[in-house]
Design a protein around this ligand. Sequence first.
Ligand SMILES: NC(=O)c1ccc[n+]([C@@H]2O[C@H](COP(=O)([O-])OP(=O)(O)OC[C@H]3O[C@@H](n4cnc5c(N)ncnc54)[C@H](OP(=O)(O)O)[C@@H]3O)[C@@H](O)[C@H]2O)c1
Length: 316
Amino acid sequence: MRRKSVGIVGARGYVGAELIRLLARHPRLELAFVASRELAGRRVAEHVAEFPGALAYEALDAEAVAARAVDALVLALPNGLAAPVADAVMRQNPQCIIVDLSADFRFDERWYYGLPELTRARYAGQRRISNPGCYATAMQLALAPLRDALAAPPVCFGVSGHSGAGTTPSDRNDPVKLRDNLLPYALVGHLHEREVTHRLGRPVEFLPHVAPHFRGLSVTVNLRLTEPTDAAALGERYRAFYAGEPLVRVRDEAPWLSRVAGRHHAEIGGFAVAADGRRAVVVAVLDNLLKGAATQALQNLNRALGGDEWEGIAHD
Ligand SMILES: NC(=O)c1ccc[n+]([C@@H]2O[C@H](COP(=O)([O-])OP(=O)(O)OC[C@H]3O[C@@H](n4cnc5c(N)ncnc54)[C@H](OP(=O)(O)O)[C@@H]3O)[C@@H](O)[C@H]2O)c1
């Protein structure tokens, strides 16, 4: 059977590189082209050691990307830059499946919002797929089992490694400014606060921070509940909700981001309940570049290309 062809735009970035690693060992998909202006002409193998062969990066504008006859395209571009490329592809190559990692279509109801563990039932062969944000993935996974039991907006305290800020230099990925430091930013109205509020249909308050480590994020969620509960019941509720999901693991103790860095799954746990039973705390961790980005994109791509959702995703 012919392998399905995939192109990546924004392939130099952290997420693009993770996607290249995943596609390098995928049994049914093959990388047809990779677009980067900065690395144009250089072999992929020089930048991503896991990808052997002669394939080289190319500098391609939107029209040139749209002219490539691939089965699927992954856009790993900064926010605001994916929409023009997607528009050109939809005009010139409407059959092509597009998975967009930016926020450009996360509020656009014409696009399928691909957080499979929560939205899989709504997938009906859509060719336009918007991949959720990394923090937004962790928050939604942590909140979904209690969505209808909230007495007040949950407060989510987030800490991410600096790869979450991408490769464009800023305070949030400056190793000098981050050393021995914790940087709060966008403490109201963060894009992922709006994304989760929109998707959950409930207001959510999000307090993001960047820490000096490279990859992995943690969200500690404070919840006010309509009915009293205890930690054991909360754990059971989450276990039942995520039963059979290989990429979401529920544990009693608080999960550590260092244990999911470089791995495909999210972990949820640390269930704590106040004496009155109406205030609970839950912790979710994941690798922002994997379950928060590339792994989730591959789950979506696999489904859209007619395969098993977890194909090429080595989870143990
Ligand atoms: N990092 C994360 O943890 C994470 C998690 C979830 C989602 N995302 C989203 O995924 C996307 C990629 O993130 P990232 O962290 O991989 O970003 P990044 O490391 O900063 O990479 C950005 C990529 O876009 C390309 N690019 C930048 N400006 C461009 C322009 N004007 N025209 C064309 N290409 C341009 C860059 O390649 P050239 O400059 O060589 O062309 C590079 O390949 C973003 O939308 C981000 O929000 C990131």
